[in-house]
Design a protein around this ligand. Sequence first.
Ligand SMILES: [Zn+2]
Ligand SMILES: [Zn+2]
Length: 361
Amino acid sequence: MKFPDTSCRFLFVTAVLLPAFFSRAEVNKAEQIAPDVYFHEGDIQGHGHCNNGWIVFEDYVLVIDANFPSGAQEIIPKIKAITDKPIRFAFDTHHHGDHAYGNQIWVEQGAVPVAHTGVLEEMKKYETGYYGGKPGRWEDTAKGRPDVAATQLKPPSLLFPKEMIFNDGKHRVELHYLGVAHTHGDGFAWLPKERILFTGDACVNGPYNYLADGDTGEWVKTLEAAKKLGAKTVCPGHGSIGAGEVLDDQLAYFEALREEVKKYAHLKSDEVKVAVDKIKADLQRNERIARYVGNGLAGQVEKVYVEMGGKPFVNKQAAVDEHWRHAAAHGRELAQRNGSSFLADCHPRRRGNDETRKNDE
Ligand SMILES: [Zn+2]
Ligand SMILES: [Zn+2]
């Protein structure tokens, strides 16, 4: 049994394919989006970083997402430039490295990592090295990321089963678990007064969806629940900040993807694999969701097809994954050599199809 590879997968995307939406994003810049509330779009292209948020309470700061260690180190000075209040809590929206591997950095600042109980369960499943088993995702990621190699995994120690509320009379932040989505432990941070929602990777704004640790059928329901909150501002896990419609677009993408795959669900996996280009073209025709269609579509189609009872694609996809694994270690050089820009889908990768195949057997 092999374990998933957590090296960031770097996707090559020519700049012309990127919608104008992205060029407006101000990466690596702290943006005040409401009094005492900040958003910071992480540099996914260069460093695989996730987006962050932070809320300055009366006596402390709550940070949304721990990021990779280098991502945490990137934003700590920016928080300190804004406030001298201590950073007390770092909320991991889920267990992936680009959202939780920076926990140790925050702990060194005096903060406590907070998460839904499902995050700890996911870590016990995938971080086998930390829990005394064979090397897991952390160890795999450390091979390609010096920032991870230089620190250590620190699972969240303040856990909530359903919700947790921070409320000092001036600010209220509710952490919610709304169901399975991108993983089995996604948490949302909801600011009811400002109507701002931090979604982690349950909602992204661009071609950053990674499906292998979640379930798209449940994901759709979870996004429906998130929509009911009535957010005016959505701070996604990756990609630009947007209005409430970003949630609708993300939901529409999964509905369309599932609908497309369903048309082929009765076919053999080889036939579905051949249909990926057609599915891609069909999805891209829908302007509202075209920006979600990326080079990882074959893996997404495969995942949904398996959820609908199909067998995993064989060999070819595994080879592609291996290619990207290699690219992850040399991503920057490779991108420069090819003269294209690249995006990092900085999520754990399966080695081939072992994970889904294992489930299938
Ligand atoms: Zn992420
Ligand atoms: Zn993720």
